[in-house]
Design a protein around this ligand. Structure first.
Ligand SMILES: Cc1cc2nc3c(=O)[nH]c(=O)nc-3n(C[C@H](O)[C@H](O)[C@H](O)COP(=O)(O)OP(=O)(O)OC[C@H]3O[C@@H](n4cnc5c(N)ncnc54)[C@H](O)[C@@H]3O)c2cc1C
Ligand code: SF4
Ligand code: SF4
Length: 1004
């Protein structure tokens, strides 16, 4: 493998970017706090708006944001705020769905700096960590010890430990593991007055000894807990539903259960308290062994009620998880490119599926469990059931499933799970005003009551003239139900509250809870009184008052006077005005506005490369700053276009602070489960920005890189020599802002087109060829990397393809498109479509070597132009490896690849259009070993990495990739993208070849 330069020792840091706006609220308070703590204090408009939302339907602008670095910081902020009666809100990943992570308060964001695993004791199966550590990262550190933090909320790679405790989170495997409260042993907390203390297990006698209703906050807390244990136990037993999963209200059922053993654990009482009782600054948690293996049976049903009726008998098979997806969700999944293939494998007319997962000690045992399940639940399908299995493996219930699929290998299991876990965001892909909002989305019902509950719920929805999808954790009875509602209308708001009211009655009727997973927040607090009755409602309030007398910690949640219809993100007063007319084609409902309003805040774009993979969002991964995540950008864009920000999106400051660092990698357009396309939105806003404020010389130069490359090539080798003259790079940086650290691309005197002509054009005649291909002369391949183009010609001709290079096309338009010169990009697109479409009609295919140009023709042209000719060109354009793979042309090639493994880094634009896998298949068939990296963007992103002020961000993004390359055991790197090869070439001692060059070199 290529050797890495000196920088390998020092991880690159994203530079000192200004992530804040100029307008700062309460500057005096900012100064005070900044003197008190080491962390950042951010009360500017951007920061406040960034933290005004979470993954819920709510929006409230906080007072300000603090990013603490230590317990001392947290204590100082809380003490300062307590003295002035200012509310405080602790926050992790901000992935809560009920609105408990937005408030008019000072937000403490733990997810940036307080992220360490502090101690690990594998023998005792315990770990101690700061609250901001992501569960995925915690589990990655535990994995070598065969241990894990067992509760597995679906978004655990983006959400943090503090949030898991705050919400008492759990996941699909709660049947096995229960909720977070079962694993919290001890917490270090800061109380509402700034006192730092520790809560953990305490005997009832100690509890009484330390209780004092007139003492300090801690003593008052002990006193109130003791009172609840002594006076409210019967009421708690009477009112709390008998469920594995209930997170409504405070965790009093666990408290009174524990009290029977002679001690209680106050850390566990904090589980599910949603930041209202104390702020956690460290937590000790117990751990579970990672199961040896898993196996999945996916049962399909003709009807949702059949599936619901099947849950109880399935539970008798002792599964680790039983998850449901209904027809609404399956239909939506079928329409996404990511899940269409899995859904396509289900039998026709499948209405619902149950995903049943088993843990097992061996693969064989896992297979047997699935076989037993299928034999029991699918009529007539008992072929593989263990003949020796006793009757206990069969239930008495009539089988109701129609068919079954199995997953035993990790890849298929992961795909099934991914489809299930992305369920909620898929639903939220609607760009209409009506959205599937969260407000009764996680009711919990005993499994035996599910069929009746679902039938009654359907009636409620029909009565309210709407519909919803049912999915999630059927095993423990937690159904995610999100009715389609337009909260921009008064009727929609009334509809929402009325459904919630009726649903609460239903939940009470069926011994359930209004929240089995996501907590109370702004959506459910209002219903806790109905659920638990007046007496326990008062007990909640007394507990809160004892430890937080002025109600300063996340006030209102769980037992406050909350109205679920207030502070909604979209309400009847919401107004949208982008400030300009869009110039791109938007084929989704509500056009650009629909896309601007699409992000629902799930935080999927905050997942690390190591645990989440994919491309989205490289700038967040490099900086850990909310404003550099797709969510941050999308939120601010919507707020700028709806008047929440005192700025327009096309303003200079907004462009500079909010959109400038988006590298246009398109990762979000694929990896965001709702396919929020920030790159396209940025192109629109940048275009408008140019109209209003003009453009820089550098932007114009990069937009016209085609012409510059042609000149550079004509003047080579002089142009190359000039670029290497000592001091030339410094001059470039000072004059046009091109980073002096960067090497400039070399120009070739003989362009690809010159070479092609000089060899006499095509070597395979059209008459003899199997295919006819127009090799699109993209600018980089033509002038800077003709070897890649020559390799493409060589390989295509070896596969009996007639190749021509069109002379009536121009640059693809990618550079002006990504720089926001959309008129110019459209003009170039028009020229190319006019030139190519007639020949495509005539049976020619178009092949492009450079991935970003290929994707321009395949995808972005449809954003610029409308028409059948555009669609025809898009549909018949291929990347070179994609072409070989699609038509299996490589199978006819005689290859003799060296015995080596290629480490393959795909281009992010190809990943966004799901086309980067083609190269891997072709190279493998040619005889290479291939290690395809699950990598993101390389950080160069066209011109981005060349721009002086972006250099450090580019390097920090690249660093993630370099780490993956270093870990790969490949012998040699290959990468199709010009930018990626420049970035990798600058970091390693040689520039990697393109896959087509590797393939050409393997030709006999
Ligand atoms: C797509 C999607 C899927 C989800 N799937 C699941 C699931 O399977 N299971 C599940 O349980 N949840 C799920 N959730 C909800 C949410 O992700 C979890 O509840 C998660 O654990 C919240 O973690 P967070 O870091 O985002 O916390 P946040 O949302 O930031 O905070 C959650 C609560 O904890 C409090 N809090 C945060 N830090 C502290 C602290 N240091 N001290 C005291 N209180 C604190 C906050 O004030 C808030 O009330 C899902 C959400 C989404 C968007
Ligand atoms: S951009 Fe997509 S992934 Fe990120 S928060 Fe919004 S919806 Fe979720
Ligand atoms: S285009 Fe790339 S950098 Fe920009 S928001 Fe999307 S994922 Fe992030």
């Amino acid at each position: 493998m290529a050797t890495r330069g000196d920088s390998a020792d020092e991880p690159a840091q994203a530079g000192d970017y200004d992530y804040q706006s100029d307008d700062v609220d309460r500057p005096g308070m900012v100064d005070d706090l900044a003197q008190l703590i080491d962390g950042d204090v951010r009360f500017d408009d951007y920061s406040r708006q960034l933290y005004a939302t979470d993954a819920s339907a709510y929006e409230m602008t906080p007072i300000g944001v603090v990013i603490p670095t230590s317990t001392a910081d947290v204590a100082a902020v809380i003490e300062y705020c307590a003295e002035r009666e200012i509310p405080v809100l602790p926050r992790g990943g901000g992935t809560s769905l009920a609105g408990q992570t937005v408030n008019e308060a000072v937000v403490l964001d733990f997810s940036k700096e307080m992220t360490d695993v502090l101690e690990m004791d594998p023998d005792a199966r315990r770990a101690r960590a700061q609250p901001g550590v992501k569960l995925g990262d915690l589990n990655r550190e535990l994995a070598p010890h065969g241990l894990k933090f067992a509760p597995d909320p679906a978004w655990g790679d983006k959400s943090v430990l503090g949030g898991a405790i705050g919400n008492n989170s759990t996941g699909s495997h709660s049947l096995k593991y229960g909720k977070t409260d079962a694993y919290v042993e001890e917490v270090e907390v800061v109380l509402a007055d700034g006192t730092v203390t520790t809560f953990g297990e305490v005997s009832l006698s100690d509890l009484r000894a330390r209780a004092d209703p007139d003492g300090d906050l801690e003593a008052r807390f002990y006193a109130e807990v003791n009172r609840i244990v002594e006076e409210e136990a019967d009421e708690v037993r009477e009112q709390y539903p008998d469920l594995k999963r209930n997170v409504s209200g405070y965790n009093l059922d666990r408290l009174v259960d524990e009290a029977e053993t002679g001690s209680v654990n106050l850390a566990r009482l904090l589980a599910g308290s949603e930041g209202t009782l104390a702020v956690i600054t460290a937590a000790t948690v117990s751990l579970e062994p990672v199961p040896e293996t898993k196996a999945i049976g996916l049962l399909t049903y003709d009807d949702l009620l059949d599936a619901m009726s099947d849950v109880a008998p399935i539970l008798e098979h002792d599964p680790a998880a039983v998850e449901v997806m209904d027809d609404v969700l399956l239909d939506l999944a079928r329409d996404t490119s990511e899940f269409a293939d899995v859904v396509g494998m289900l039998p026709e007319n499948t209405d619902s599926v149950l995903l049943v997962e088993f843990y097992a000690d061996s693969d064989e045992a896992g297979r047997q469990k699935v076989a037993d399940l299928i034999a029991d639940r699918v009529p007539g399908d008992d072929a593989e059931a263990d003949p020796s299995a006793d009757a206990a493996d069969r239930t008495d219930a009539p089988p109701r499933a129609r068919a079954a699929m199995e997953a035993h290998d990790a890849e298929t299991r992961e795909k099934f799970w991914k489809m299930r876990k992305a369920g909620l965001p898929i639903l939220l892909g609607r760009t209409s005003d009506a959205k599937h909002i969260a407000f009764i989305e996680d009711t919990a019902i005993p499994a035996e009551n599910l069929p009746d509950y679902v039938a009654d719920f359907q009636e409620i929805l029909e009565d309210h003239d709407t519909f919803a999808s049912y999915y999630a954790h059927a095993g423990p009875g937690v159904l995610h139900i999100r009715p389609l509602i337009n909260t921009k209308t008064v009727e929609g708001i009334e509809q929402m509250e009325s459904i919630a009211d009726a649903a609460t009655d239903l939940v009470v009727k069926y011994d359930g809870s209004v929240s089995g997973e996501h907590g109370d927040g702004r959506a459910r607090t209002q219903w806790n009184r109905k659920l638990y009755g007046d007496r326990l409602w008062q007990a909640f309030r007394d507990l809160k008052t004892a430890v937080d007398p002025d109600w300063l910690l996340n006030p209102g949640n769980i037992c406050g006077d909350m109205d679920m219809t207030e502070n909604l993100r979209f309400d009847p007063d919401y107004e949208f005005d982008a400030g300009f007319d869009s110039v791109l084609e938007w084929d989704n409902e509500n056009g650009m506005q629909g896309m601007v309003e699409l992000c629902h805040g799930c935080g999927g774009c905050r997942g690390p490369q190591e645990t989440t993979g994919g491309v989205m969002c490289p700038t967040y991964r490099a900086s850990q700053e909310e404003i550099t995540a797709t969510r941050g950008r999308a939120n601010l864009l919507r707020q700028a276009m709806s008047g929440d920000l005192d700025q327009e999106a096309a303003d200079v400051e907004f462009m500079h602070e909010v959109l400038d660092l988006c590298i246009g990698c398109k990762g979000c357009s694929k990896d965001c489960p709702s396919e929020v396309d920030l790159a396209k939105l940025k192109a629109e806003v940048t275009h408008e920005h140019h109209q209003r404020h003009g453009s820089s010389l550098r932007d114009r130069l990069f937009a016209n890189i085609d012409a510059l490359n042609a000149v550079g090539s004509a003047l080579a080798p002089l142009s190359n020599w000039l670029a290497k003259v000592p001091g030339a790079r410094t001059v470039m940086e000072k004059t046009v802002g091109i980073a002096s650290e960067r090497s400039l691309p070399e120009f070739h005197r003989e362009s690809l087109v010159d070479w092609f002509e000089s060899r006499g054009g095509a070597q395979v005649s059209a008459a003899e060829a199997d295919h006819r291909v127009l090799l699109f002369p993209d600018t980089y391949t033509t002038y800077n990397a003709p070897d890649a183009g020559k390799a493409a010609v060589r390989v295509l001709e070896a596969a009996n393809v007639h190749v021509g290079i069109p002379d009536d096309v121009t640059g693809s338009g990618r550079p002006p498109f990504s720089k926001g010169f959309l008129d110019q990009a459209r003009e170039q697109a028009r020229t190319n479509v006019d030139a190519l479409a007639p020949r495509v009609d005539d049976g020619w295919d178009v092949v492009v070597v450079e991935p970003s140009d290929a994707v321009m023709l395949q995808s972005d042209y449809r954003d610029l132009l409308d028409g059948d000719d555009v669609d025809a060109v898009a549909a018949n354009t291929y990347g070179v490896m994609e072409y070989l793979d699609t038509f299996r042309l490589d199978e006819a090639l005689a290859t003799d690849a060296p015995a080596e493994t290629l480490t393959y880094h795909g281009h992010c634009h190809q990943k966004s259009t799901r086309k980067d896998h083609h190269a891997v298949g072709v190279l493998r068939r040619a005889g290479y070993g291939v290690d395809p990296l699950d990598s993101g963007c390389c950080g160069m992103a066209g011109s981005f990495g060349y721009e002086a002020e972006h250099y450090s961000m580019s390097q920090a993004i690249g660093d993630v990739l370099f780490g993956q390359v270093d870990e790969s055991d490949g012998d040699r790197l290959v990468a199709p993208g010009a930018s990626c090869r420049t970035q990798l070439g600058d970091e390693y001692d040689e520039k990697p070849p393109t896959p087509v060059e590797a393939l050409a070199s393997a030709l006999d």
